[in-house]
Design a protein around this ligand. Structure first.
Ligand code: ADP
Length: 466
């Protein structure tokens, strides 16, 4: 398996290599093509210059040729790869490159053939004959032999070679540069990923206190780092809750069990007389344990995968009035004002379970509000949802604990006083029932001022089904 850095570097190099090769190839083909056309044109132009130059060497008065000049033109042309044979009007040879310097001609022809055979396979020396004229009258002819379809002189070859070398250098430099940039980029990307992976490994080994300071400016990598840090924080708090849960469960079980055991031991050893009152106390503790188990069973059922909600249409306000009347006596005992506000709201939900939600919230509000306070239940209808608000002027909950009170067995009262609270499962049940209805629960609270629990339930199904 290849590392991210290697893969990224290789990909960048591949892209650059393909691009540079493509550009080089294309520009090479284009330039060569243009150059070939230029050279071919050049050859024709040169031939026509030779013809003009030669024609000018005819002396019209004496009707003879200036043989010195013919020789100069012939030699110049020869060095450039043009082999001339000049004829007079009677078709007699008056100057011929090959008969003039056979060895030089041979060598030039060999050089050109050798040079050009590397570039074109179908080239060869061919003759082209042009008439030499004076005042439109033929005064002779010239046969020009050159390598066709085109040929490069030494300078042309140098130009093409230099061009190809430049392209090659550009290609090599681009590749080296892209290798460097690719390696740098890949390192920049892979470093935080490698570090995050290391941290994830630490987290999976149970080291939740590890955090990673992001060193990159890349949004996605920052998101990854934040997600890992968030995961670590979450797991740390889950771990804490799990430890606390064990302590809390032990406490919830130990208290009634210790009481029952000490009552029974005292009665068996004869220290206490067996009286209906003492047996009644034992029964109370057993009931407490049974209630705890019943609560846990209810929670397990609600949280189970196949919870079946028995949904019906009912009026929330009406349901709340019934629950309020059930708690009137309890509220009166604490001298609390118990109010109900709001309008009739028809929703489609499991009535028994929603009634359990309101009962748990109201029972808490009464339990945690000192004598003489106020508890208010309110129903609100919104466009797509219905709201139940349970507000009290009680002891309140700190910001840090607001998220924790929904965890099973969690109580803000660390001493877990049995007179002032239950086992800490009520709100867990509430949250699970609301989640099963696709609703939400939020809390606004201030210590020593009061709390406000806001339940929101969707009404969409209601609209569809009505
Ligand atoms: P309990 O049976 O202890 O009331 P819950 O799950 O219903 O269990 O509540 C969990 C904890 O949340 C309570 O122990 C209490 O500390 C806190 N709590 C719940 N409702 C209120 C409230 N209305 N005011 C203040 N604290 C509350």
């Amino acid at each position: 398996m290849r590392g991210l850095r290697t893969q990224l570097s290789l990909s960048i190099i591949l892209v650059v290599l393909v691009t540079v090769s493509f550009i080089s190839l294309l520009s090479n083909i284009m330039v060569n093509k243009q150059f070939e056309t230029y050279i071919t044109n050049q050859k024709e132009t040169r031939s026509s210059y030779i013809v003009t130059d030669l024609s000018n060497q005819y002396d019209k008065n004496s009707q003879t040729w200036k043989s010195d000049y013919l020789h100069t033109i012939g030699m110049y042309s020869l060095y450039d790869g043009y082999l001339l044979t000049i004829y007079n009007s009677s078709n007699e040879v008056i100057w011929d490159a090959e008969s003039h310097d056979m060895t030089l001609c041979k060598q030039i022809m060999e050089d050109i053939t050798k040079r050009m055979s590397k570039r074109i396979s179908h080239g060869s020396f061919t003759n082209h004959t042009y008439d030499l004229t004076y005042n439109n009258a033929k005064i002779g002819a010239v046969s020009i032999r050159y390598y066709g379809p085109y040929f490069y002189s030494e300078n042309d070859f140098e130009f093409i070679n230099t061009f190809n070398t430049v392209i090659l250098i550009i290609g090599v430099v681009s590749c080296a540069f892209s290798l460097l940039v690719g390696w740098f980029l890949a390192s920049k990307i892979s470093r935080p990923i490698t570090k995050t992976a290391e941290i994830a490994k630490h987290i999976s080994n149970g080291n939740y206190n590890i955090r990673f300071e992001s060193e990159t400016k890349t949004k996605e990598l920052n998101n990854l780092v934040s997600a890992i840090n968030f995961l670590a924080t979450n797991l740390a708090s889950q771990e804490n809750l799990r430890k606390q849960l064990t302590t809390n469960v032990a406490h919830e079980l130990r208290t009634p069990l210790t009481a029952i055991r000490s009552y029974l031991e005292a009665m068996i050893e004869g220290l206490w007389e067996i009286t209906p009152k003492r047996l009644g106390n034992c029964l109370e503790e057993v009931k407490r344990l049974s209630n705890l188990v019943a609560d846990l069973e209810r929670l397990a059922k609600i949280e189970g995968d196949n919870l079946k909600l028995n949904k019906t249409h009912f009026d929330l306000l009406e349901m709340i009035h019934v629950i309020k009347s059930n708690f009137s006596a309890e509220a009166a005992k604490k001298n609390l004002s118990l109010l109900v506000k709001g309008e009739a709201v028809l929703i489609y939900a499991d009535k028994d379970r929603m009634s359990q939600v309101v009962t748990n919230l109201l029972s808490n509000a009464i339990k945690y509000t000192p004598d003489g306070g106020t508890v208010c239940l309110e129903v609100k209808s919104q466009e797509k949802s219905a709201c139940i608000i349970v507000e009290d002027t009680g002891i309140g909950i700190s910001k840090e604990e607001s998220a924790l009170i929904f965890e099973r067995f969690y109580r803000t009262d660390k001493s877990r006083n049995r007179k002032t609270g239950g086992a800490g499962i009520g709100l867990t049940i509430v949250k699970s029932i609301i989640a099963a209805h696709n609703g939400t629960i939020s809390i606004e609270s201030k210590v020593d001022v009061g709390s406000r629990f806001i339940v929101t339930l969707p009404k969409e199904e209601d609209l569809v089904l009505l």
